[in-house]
Every structure is written in C-alpha cells, then in structure tokens.
Design a protein around this ligand. Structure first.
Ligand code: TTP
Ligand code: CA
Length: 367
C-alpha cells in the first residue's frame, strides 16, 4: 500500500479568532469568549480566549468572574458565544479544505482531517508546500489562521498538530514517527485520561516510548483486549483508520466531542440533544422532511460506529430526531462495552413536500 499523507487542521483560538475577524480593532487586546449561564451577570465560564488573554492565565473552563479578575486593569474585551457566526466561518473554511483533499473528515467546528495522499503523490516533501498553500488560501479568502499537523496517519497528524500552535505547521515523516513519539508523555495519546495515566505510571510507563516497548500481552491483561491493542499500536505510531467523510449533500449532521469519555446515556443525550438543535435549525430553515435518523460514535479506541433507523414516512419535527437518537443509543450501549469519545446526529432521506398529508388522507379513506 502506498504511504498515506494525512493532515489535521485545527483553527487557532477559534471562537476568539472569529471575534477578531468581525472586529479587527480588538486584535491587540485580551479577547475572551464566554458562555453566560444567566444566573447572575457574571456567572458562566470561558469558552476560549486569544493568546494575549492566555498570558494572563485566562483559559477554557475558567469561571468568568475569575477571568475578569485576572484581566483587571487591562483593556480586555468579553463576548458571548455566537455559534451561528462561528459555524458560518467554519463552513467556509471546510469548503476550501474540500477542494484540497480527496476526503475530508470534519471532527468538530474547528478541526478536520484531510487525506491529501493523491494531491501530493504520497510525497511528504510536497505536503509541506501544499499545507502552506492551504494556509495562505484560507487566510486570504476567509481570514482565519490554523495549525496543521502532517503525518502518515490520523494519530500522528493529530499529535503533530498539537505540538505547535498557533499558526503551526509540523510534519512527521513515517521514518521519523518513532523518534517523534517516543519522548512525549503518554497523555498525548487519545484515550489516555487522568485515570489511565495514573494506571500507566504504576506500571512504570511515562512516555509513549515506554508504552511502545511495554509487553503487549500485559497491556491486554490490564486494559482489556481492544484498548490494550489500541495502546500498543498507537504508541508504535500504527493507525489505519481512514479519513471518512461525515455526511453528504443528502444529509445534515453535527458531531461533537463529549466532555469526558463515557457510557452514561443521560450524559450522551445531553450532548446529542444540543447537536439535534443545530441539525434541526438547518433542516427547518431548508423546509426539508427526512426519513432516516442516524447516530455516530467514535469510541475510545478511535474506531467509529453508526446506527440508523428509517421511518415509514417522512417527518420534520425535532422530537422525532431526539426520540430516535435516544432509542438508538440505548440499544447501542447494550451492544458495546467501550466508552464513547464523540457523538454525532444525522438526518437524511430528504423530501420537500409536506409530510404525511397524503398518507393520512389515504389512511382514513374507506376501503
Ligand atoms: P480548541 O481547539 O480546544 O481551542 P481553541 O481553538 O480555542 O484554541 P487552540 O488555539 O488551542 O486550538 O476548541 C475549539 C473551540 O471550542 C474553542 O474556540 C471554543 C470551544 N471550546 C469551548 O467552548 N469550551 C472548551 O472547554 C474548549 C476546550 C473549547
Ligand atoms: Ca482549535
């Protein structure tokens, strides 16, 4: 098989950068975007901040009143999240990415994998130039900067991207993968959270290099077969997951990352209900009816799964999406033992006519 060349693009301080784009006069000030819970004027948390604000210790998750305190005496500006605007910017960038990649996998509002193997003839030398070209194109057309990681697979592209931000461009050739990964802490790997990190520490595993050399059989005993093998492969830079397009012209979908890996139905549904609101907004603004509802899951071992139901008749209401997603997740959780990292909701099988009318009339006609 030909060497793959995969990129991960991750937009810099995304929500705050969008605000700077809307009003460039704030560029040299600390910029904070927050979610206001509405309880008091000050209650809520920081969604993200620009790098100037980060120098003051203001980062995602910090309570807003603390952010205000840390930025006292500066000319900091605060914004409420405006998802609609950020989604529009994101869509424009993704459209440009699409013209450069043979497949594009959008993983969140500000992150996407691009399979550029064909475009660069499998050459890592060409990939560097190609990435620069994409960066410039997006900067000129939309005005957004982002970091790119390039590697022989998604796993390495992701770690490469995280290693240099903002406006980074990091390339890891296949022959350098081992030496690139070895010194990094194991928690750079997807799926290694606090608990797993601690467990690994007890086993004497601190770096990815330690993990790569660790006996695979023993890993399987400790973490179970799927996860044990995943850790062994990941540490050795092995990842065969393809870059998969999410959705197509005939579908509307949203994907999001859960705050923590979980198998808790209510926790998952909280996220999917949020995603459903966005999907529904899109569906209703285009006056569409749909017949199929699907859910999408990325598991802790990075494998992805989908489940769907096709209804007898087209519908167009939000509750059907929520209810169907719930029953699909209930069923899925019974079938799979792994924790889930990301979830998605999709509707497809569109029609434009008013749903149900004709069928209902038929139904009531005497035979
Ligand atoms: P990230 O990519 O994690 O962060 P970022 O783009 O703000 O900064 P970086 O330059 O480090 O990539 O998240 C993308 C967006 O998701 C971010 O702009 C705001 C939102 N977000 C939240 O709302 N809450 C959070 O806790 C995090 C981490 C992100
Ligand atoms: Ca980002």
């Amino acid at each position: 098989m030909q060497n793959r060349v995969i990129m991960l693009a991750d937009f810099d301080y995304f929500f705050a950068q969008c605000e700077e784009l809307r009003d460039p006069s704030i560029k040299d000030k600390p910029v904070v975007v927050g979610v206001y819970s509405g309880r008091t004027e000050e209650s809520g948390a920081v969604s993200t901040s620009n790098y100037i604000a980060r120098k003051f210790g203001v980062k995602s998750g910090l309570p807003l009143f603390m952010a205000k305190r840390k930025l006292e005496g500066t000319d900091a500006v605060f914004f409420k999240v405006d998802h609609e605007y950020y989604d529009q910017i994101s869509d424009r960038v993704m459209q440009i990415f699409r013209t450069y990649a043979s497949s594009l996998e959008q993983v969140s509002v500000d992150e996407a994998y691009l399979d550029v193997t064909e475009a660069v003839d499998g050459s890592f030398e060409k990939a560097m130039e190609y990435a620069q070209k994409i960066k410039t194109d997006v900067k000129v057309q939309v005005g957004i900067s982002f970091s790119i990681g390039i590697g022989p697979n998604k796993l390495i592209a992701k770690i490469a991207c995280d290693s240099q931000k903002p406006d980074g461009l990091t390339i890891v050739k296949p022959e350098d993968a081992e030496s690139f990964l070895a010194p990094l802490s194991v928690d750079c790997l997807l799926g290694v959270g606090k608990k797993t990190n601690k467990r690994m520490e007890q086993l004497g595993i601190r770096t990815i290099g330690d993990l790569a050399k660790y006996d695979c059989q023993r890993l399987i005993e400790v973490f179970g077969k799927t996860i044990g093998i995943y850790f062994h492969n990941a540490a050795n830079g092995i990842d065969n997951e393809p870059v998969v397009e999410q959705g197509d012209a005939g579908s509307i979908s949203r994907i999001g990352t859960l705050k923590q890996d979980t198998r808790d139905l209510d926790f998952i549904l909280q996220k999917t209900d949020e995603l459903t609101e966005d999907v529904y907004k899109d569906v209703s603004s285009r006056k569409l009816s749909f017949k199929t509802v699907s859910i999408y899951m990325v598991m802790v071992d990075l494998s992805s799964k989908t489940r769907s139901v096709t209804l007898d008749q087209p519908v167009k209401d939000k509750e059907t999406i929520k209810r169907t997603a719930r029953s699909l997740f209930e069923k899925f959780l019974r079938e799979s033992a792994l924790e889930i990292r990301r979830v998605g909701v999709k509707v497809s099988g569109f029609s434009k006519e008013e749903p149900n009318q004709r069928q209902l009339t038929n139904f009531f006609q005497p035979t």
